[in-house]
Design a protein around this ligand. Structure first.
Ligand code: ZN
Length: 142
């Protein structure tokens, strides 16, 4: 699936930002591969004998595990806020917009919001359907 599918509603920026965690394994892997070009590094890894076999895979898998864990925890945190705010969440900073009009500017980060227009993005981010006075938010549209 392409990142920018015009038929898909845009993901809320707060969810999109979690994807930055995947720079971590990419950067660590690039640094790891680069460091292997230095004779001292490859010799010291070889001198580790048995454990040396785990150094290179660890450079790939540990940062990936950390990134996946961070995205999972971040998504869980946003989902808890989303449920607590009954689907009325700033898409940019996840500030609760409970008690505020359906459209306006976030009092926390000043980003414009529109509860109804933002709903398909939250739905795409797989946030649970929530009934609000304005209607059912977070349900598939059409
Ligand atoms: Zn905000």
């Amino acid at each position: 699936m392409p990142l920018h599918d015009s038929k898909q509603p845009p993901l809320p920026p707060a969810i999109k930002r979690l994807g930055h965690w995947f720079w971590l394994p990419a950067i660590v892997a690039a640094l790891g591969v680069t460091s292997l070009l230095f004779k001292e590094v490859s010799q010291s890894i070889a001198s580790l004998k048995f454990w040396g076999a785990f150094v290179v895979p660890a450079f790939f898998f540990v940062p990936q595990f950390i990134a996946i864990l961070a995205v999972w925890l971040g998504n869980r945190r946003v989902k808890a806020k989303y449920i607590a705010a009954k689907g009325r969440l700033c898409t940019s900073c996840t500030y609760s917009l409970l008690g505020l009009p359906d459209q306006g500017h976030c009092p926390e980060c000043a980003a414009p919001y529109d509860i109804i227009a933002d709903a398909p993005g939250w739905e795409r981010a797989q946030m649970p359907a929530i009934a609000t006075p304005a209607g059912l938010v977070g349900m598939p549209v059409g």
